[in-house]
Design a protein around this ligand. Sequence first.
Ligand code: ASP
Length: 322
Amino acid sequence: MKHLLVIHTGGTISMSQDQSNKVVTNDINPISLHEDIIKQYAQVDELSPFNIPSPHMTINHVNDLKDIILQYANTKQYDGFVITHGTDTLEETAYLLDLLIDIHSPIVITGAMRSSNEIGADGLYNYISAIRVASDDKAQNKGVMVVFNDEIHTARNVTKTHTSNTNTFQSPNHGPLGVLTKDRVQFHHSPYLEASYPNINDSLNIPLVKAYMGLSSDIFDFYSTQGVDGIIIEALGQGNLPPSCLKGLTQLIQQKVPIVLVSRSFNGIVSPLYAYEGGGYQLAQQGLIFSNGLNGPKARLKLLVSISNGLNYQQIKTYFES
Ligand code: ASP
């Protein structure tokens, strides 16, 4: 039987609904009370370094998770790691850990859309699924995975797509890495593994701007006075911006602020194709970096990691384009 370390961080999976239907935090994590079921799948040790809803999660919390995992990975006493987490920022924690940690053992993150005492609660089921994946020999060398609703996803591609549906986690463009059936864990694909870097500096200021029809220069004018360390723009379509925002953007370009473009479209990747004013071709000529298929919050984490580890412009560009 495999020996796993479980790290509970809070979120709906650890919460309950009260009599007035409000979802509230518990002092004792209800998921831990199911020892008899859990021990059928793995030998599990548990830690609860914090018990917070995932909108309260910060870079420092994720860095603490990284330190815990690396500390125990060094002791080689565990075959894998499972993290329980709120779903709102789960994909960000998963991806940031993926960028910061390079170990062979499985790291699996899960959560729940329904709190522990709701009808059809999915927490225990997802938790056991995560334990099953983390215990599977085929889960080695797959980077950080998200297991939810009988599917296995890569941290890089997964995103929360629905506010309340239990099938919320999906991987646009890619589909799941694998599935769980009642009796087996089946991987369909091999993940694309990115280079990882050890450091993260939580004091860097990298805002995320979403483009829309008629976006003005104001937001970029403002950021050009803030000493920002980088900017992520969720651009239109394949990576285009309205001409009305270009004056402000030019100031940031002149300040040599690294600017990374992703698309506000749910599927597809950005490409520097269009040659009209504000089109991707022009933006690339001015030095904007086109990301290879990340969403805005994840591109922000990747730029944070890039800058925290001292990558220069060309290295950041290569990292994003790879
Ligand atoms: N708001 C909750 C959280 O992220 C949602 C969840 O856990 O599903 O903590």
